[in-house]
Design a protein around this ligand. Structure first.
Ligand code: PEP
Ligand code: MN
Length: 307
């Protein structure tokens, strides 16, 4: 990997010694216990700073970014209503899916490129940044073209084609943890992106599958504590997909904020009961405003600024 005036040579972690031939050439070398390398604090102790429009996350760790919007863009009217609310609340990043990964083939799969075009219009009209998901390689280039922030969803976490496309995109990437994936697998996937030359990776904990069935998934806050300790990437949390029901989102968002995280991803819809995907977990606009307001004091208590 080429980096400014030098090269970074990465091997897998089973190599425990610097080869003799590199003895007089290498500026530094690191011996790792796993293939969490570029994303580890051993290699780069400070949290990477990822620019988000006129602000950032990571770096000095002062900012907590709010990313919000409906699960999917469904119509012009729906997305306009969403943007108006976000603008009123002072939110910078609109997140809405155009290519939805679904568990059933008989449900809404998103508006595709028409959705991307509408999102681009919304960016112009409301001055919001656009985060949206690449589901598979057939449209990765389109998503890179339109999005300000590229999302790789939980079900696609291992897709090497997408990890490479995101790594070559030059854009910030939200990498969601697969619901059946270990933390090691998540950070290895982050290393896939980073080894393509893109260090603007944001990890997202969105709940893992446990024996519990009363909630949709189980939000792994222990995992977040581990990532904060060992990984050099900003971490955001998605309580919406973890809980699966609107009623728990406010409590979880406050708990996540109290952990001192870099961002939250919250699904909100102008009329959740009519939403074409993830209807039960989306907050209506009034609920969203109340939840967001309640985060201010929690964020301040842990030295964070909501951006
Ligand atoms: C989403 O973000 O709307 C989504 C489908 O989430 P996940 O990939 O975490 O399941
Ligand atoms: Mn969703």
């Amino acid at each position: 990997m080429e980096k400014n005036e030098y090269y970074v040579l990465i091997t897998n972690h089973t190599m425990k010694q610097l080869p003799d031939a590199l003895e007089n050439i290498a500026l530094h070398h690191w011996i790792f216990n796993s293939d969490m390398q570029l994303s580890s604090r051993e290699y780069h102790p400070d949290t990477h700073r990822v620019a988000i429009g006129d602000t950032y996350i990571g770096g000095d760790g002062k900012n907590q970014l709010m990313i919000a919007g409906p699960c999917a863009i469904e119509s012009r009217e729906q997305i306009e209503q969403s943007c108006q609310m976000l603008q009123q609340q002072g939110i910078r990043v609109l997140r809405a899916g155009c290519y939805k990964p679904r568990t059933s083939p008989y449900t809404f799969r998103g508006l595709g490129e028409d959705g991307l075009k509408l999102l681009a219009e919304m960016r112009e009209k409301y001055g919001l940044l656009i985060a949206t998901e690449m589901r598979d390689a057939t449209h990765a280039d389109k998503v890179v073209e339109y999005a300000d922030i590229v999302q790789i969803g939980a079900k696609a976490m291992y897709d090497h084609g997408l990890l490479t496309a995101a790594g070559q995109s030059g854009k910030p990437v939200i990498l969601k943890r697969g619901f059946g994936s270990t933390l090691q697998e998540l950070v290895n996937c982050a290393d896939f992106i980073m080894s393509c030359g893109n260090e603007q990776v944001i990890l997202c904990e969105r709940g893992i599958r446990s024996f519990e069935t009363k909630t949709r998934f189980t939000l792994d806050l222990c995992g977040v504590a581990w990532l904060k300790e060992h990984c050099n990437l900003p971490i955001i949390l998605d309580p919406s997909h973890a809980m699966g029901y609107a009623y728990g989102i406010g409590d979880l968002a406050r708990a996540c904020t109290a952990m001192g995280i870099d961002g939250l991803l919250i699904e909100t819809h102008p009329n959740p009961s009519c939403a074409q995907s993830d209807s039960a977990q989306q907050l209506n606009h009034q609920q969203f405003a109340g939840m967001y307001q309640s985060l201010q004091a929690v964020a301040a208590a842990v030295g964070k600024r909501l951006v």
